[in-house]
Ligand binder design. Structure first.
Ligand SMILES: Cc1cc2nc3c(=O)[nH]c(=O)nc-3n(C[C@H](O)[C@H](O)[C@H](O)COP(=O)(O)OP(=O)(O)OC[C@H]3O[C@@H](n4cnc5c(N)ncnc54)[C@H](O)[C@@H]3O)c2cc1C
Length: 430
């Protein structure tokens, strides 16, 4: 029987954060207690700021405890697109940020002693078509020449050393990427932020935000399900769960469902055969699969089985779609039991780029497009520094943050079935 629940949560002890009354005021109100919000709160509190983290559910409830735990180099968009869109210098800064984001996670994990199985096991991208593999070669060349970073090409004949599947045309490895248990990581980040002095209020939904000055200083009245709060600054860290209270952000972020199954524990020899180097693996399709072994030797297999965000219907449907996908990749798992299935919501901007800056007086960071474990940690920290210094210095701050073409989107993603069909079509023809 497949449990409709998140495997990672079965590995972590739930911690209860502040049940105290909300304070009347704070220097910074952070909306959302995922990687972005907690990383920001930790940095702010360490500098002595009075921080209130306001979370509608509980710490890590959003994508941060539901993801694959892949701590990846690079952005969702490949090197050629970054170069042609933003030019050499800006693209170099963006790529460097992606590498720095992994170091940032590693540093926090080690400084705070977070027991979350962080390991620099590397990632493997596998080519679903011969022409995708040719693209890997070009990407590796560009990445080395322009970004000074080496990716290793693995021809089809050598792929068995990386993956126990015969369906791919070759691969590309980055040894720098890492794996983590995301639920343990986000819980540890919450504890670290609280230890630094941030107050974390769970079950506290922000329901309205209004500019309000006090003693001649600008600020915000933040209305929550537990009462109001005055904050000098606000950081929106709500990613795929962004709502109408920050309408300007909501119409720039598309919430897209992603789903994961996890099998029973595998025998050691079988686990070694499937993933001899224990890589974080994903394929080259638009409608892609991503997969890895968990630290206790289960196969975790994810993908965009349905485009709409998680609900009982999409989660149930995804379990079977993903099982079929997993068996295509690994026929060895035909008789293996799937024990868990769950879903979460990804945050895509219309240009498929992260965005972190200030809009209408409010700080924000989101748009990680499935690369958020590391980038949300880094940009959360960077937005905290922006609030503390008044200078926003990350490489994504100055780029345009587009809304939908022709303004045809106000937060209800009516076009997702069309986008899903379009991506399937692209995978078929390209
Ligand atoms: C299934 C899945 C697999 C993924 N796999 C990977 C992966 O392997 N590697 C990778 O790098 N990335 C992955 N991602 C993406 C990554 O998980 C996210 O980019 C990242 O967790 C975003 O963190 P966040 O803190 O910005 O947002 P979230 O963790 O989503 O947190 C936002 C929080 O805001 C809260 N909130 C929203 N509105 C309000 C409100 N009004 N008041 C109070 N609180 C509010 C929500 O309750 C939520 O807890 C995956 C995502 C999903 C869904």
């Amino acid at each position: 029987m497949v449990r409709e629940s998140n495997y990672w949560l079965s590995t972590v002890e739930q911690v209860q954060f502040s049940a105290r009354e909300l304070p009347a005021s704070a220097d910074v109100a952070v909306i959302g207690a995922g990687f972005t919000g907690l990383s920001a709160a930790r940095t702010l509190a360490k500098s002595g700021a009075r921080v209130a983290v306001l979370e509608a559910e509980n710490v890590g409830w959003g994508a941060s405890c539901r993801n694959g735990g892949m701590v990846l180099s690079g952005l969702k968009l490949g090197a050629p697109t970054l170069l042609s869109r933003y030019g050499r210098e800006a693209a170099q800064r963006m790529y460097a940020a992606s590498l720095a984001s992994i170091d940032c996670v590693e540093q926090i994990v080690s400084e705070e002693g977070i027991p979350c199985d962080f390991s620099r096991c590397g990632h493997l991208e596998v080519a679903c078509k011969a022409k995708h593999f040719a693209g890997f070669r070009r990407a590796a060349e560009t990445t080395e020449q322009v970004f000074g970073h080496r990716l290793r090409i693995v021809p089809r004949e050598e792929l068995a050393g990386e993956i126990g599947s015969g369906i791919y045309y070759g691969g590309m490895v980055d040894e720098l990427s890492a794996g983590v248990n995301p639920a343990r990581y986000v819980a540890g980040l919450g504890r670290a932020a609280a230890k630094a002095g941030a107050e974390i209020y769970e079950k506290t939904r922000v329901t309205a935000l209004e500019p309000a000055s006090r003693d001649g200083h600008s600020g915000w009245t933040v209305t929550t399900s537990r009462g109001p709060l005055h904050a000098t600054d606000v950081l929106a860290a709500t990613s795929g769960y962004t709502s109408g209270i920050t309408g300007g952000l909501q119409k720039r972020i598309i919430p897209i469902g992603s789903f994961i199954i996890v099998t029973e524990v595998l025998p050691p020899e079988l686990a070694r055969e499937l993933s001899p180097r224990n890589r974080m693996i994903y394929d080259s399709k638009n409608y892609l699969y991503y997969y890895r072994l968990t630290p206790d030797r289960r196969m975790l297999f994810g993908g965009r089985a349905a485009f709409f965000p998680e609900n009982q219907h999409t989660v149930r449907k995804s379990a079977e779609i993903l099982r079929q996908g997993m068996i295509k990749v690994y026929p060895q798992l035909r008789d293996t039991k799937v024990e868990y299935v769950w879903g979460g919501t990804l945050d895509f901007a219309f240009d498929i780029m992260p965005h972190a800056g200030k809009m209408e007086g409010m700080y924000f960071s989101m748009g990680y497009a499935g690369h958020g474990v590391a980038m949300a940690t880094l940009l959360g920290k960077s937005m905290a520094e922006a609030i503390l210094t008044g200078r926003t210095e990350n490489p994504f701050a100055g780029i345009p943050f587009p809304t939908a073409p022709l303004g045809l989107y106000h937060g209800k993603p009516w076009f997702l079935p069309l986008a899903g069909a379009w991506y399937k079509f692209l995978d078929w023809v390209s």
